[in-house]
Design a protein. Structure first.
Length: 293
């Protein structure tokens, strides 16, 4: 009798396993409609999940809102401090501009190296093989564009006009590997330091400002602008900021690596700069100086 009950239990267990496997196979196969028990179980589980998730989401949202409120408070505090600094700086700039105008009127100076006339242009072409070297803009001779004029964006200098056609012009970027592509620059500080933007480091994505005298202290973060001494570019066009300084192989000069202010990769709208002050004749500057801008 005990053996019979043992076999009966084993049979029931095997039948149960077979039924379970069949149900699993039936439930996981692709069907257009579920059976009513499956629908009932799914609907019940969904209702329970919804009942639990709503309070959980409310609690989580409450703490997220508190965190956002704290972040907003900190950001607002920082923005207020910056706004106060901006107002103070704006007032100082206005005072300096007024003083500068009065001094220029007293001295009878009507032009400075900073004066220029901007001309907006749009990038209409770019060779994929020379992406970091040249762009084509939709302004040419009929718009007053001339060779070697500076080209900038809202963030800084990007290059100079290389060739001019009647209705378009080709702009050579500062990132072009051209040894003749030199621009006279100033590293701003307590004492301005002059150098030449000459070359581009593709790995560090930085311009090379060379011919800086050895022993001159240049620090990371110093601002670099055009000097206006090359005869074509005006004074004060933003170039970038110093990120590193290295001595040359002979130890006579230093080279500053400068992170450009402008993005050479993404260019759509640019501004061509026409210097208003009279440009010196090339023979006055010496042979070969036409490339130093």
């Amino acid at each position: 009798m005990p053996q019979f009950f043992l076999n009966k239990r084993l049979i029931v267990l095997l039948v149960s396993i077979i039924i379970l496997v069949a149900l699993i196979g039936f439930s996981i196969r692709e069907r257009e409609k579920l059976t009513w028990p499956e629908q009932f179980i799914k609907d019940t589980a969904g209702w329970v999940q919804s009942l639990v998730s709503k309070p959980a989401h409310l609690v989580a949202g409450f703490f997220e809102n508190l965190q956002d409120l704290q972040n907003t408070y900190e950001e607002n505090k920082e923005l207020k401090a910056r706004l106060e600094q901006h107002v103070t700086l704006e007032a100082k700039v206005q005072e300096l501009e007024k003083d500068n105008k009065e001094l220029r009127d007293i001295l009878g100076e009507k032009e400075t190296l900073r004066d220029f006339e901007p001309l907006q242009a749009t990038v209409i072409g770019r060779n994929p093989d020379r992406w970091h070297e040249m762009i084509i803009i939709n302004k040419g001779k009929i718009n007053g564009i001339k060779k070697n004029m500076a080209v900038v964006t809202a963030h800084g200098l990007i290059g100079k006009v290389k060739t001019v056609n009647q209705f378009s012009s080709t702009v050579q970027l500062l990132s072009a590997m051209d040894p003749k592509n030199r621009i006279s620059a100033i590293v701003q500080g307590d004492t301005n330091v002059f150098g030449l933007v000459e070359g581009y480091d593709k790995e560090k994505k930085a311009l090379l400002v060379k011919a800086i005298p050895s022993g001159t202290e240049i620090k990371k973060g110093q601002n670099v602008i055009t000097s206006g001494m090359g005869g074509v570019f005006p004074l004060g066009l933003q170039i970038g900021k110093v990120i590193e300084v290295t001595p040359d192989q002979y130890g006579l000069n230093q080279t500053a690596l400068v992170e450009p202010g402008a993005d050479f990769y993404d260019l759509e709208n640019v501004i061509v700069i026409k210097r208003q002050m009279t440009q010196p004749e090339l023979d006055e500057m010496g042979e070969g100086e036409e490339e130093d801008l």
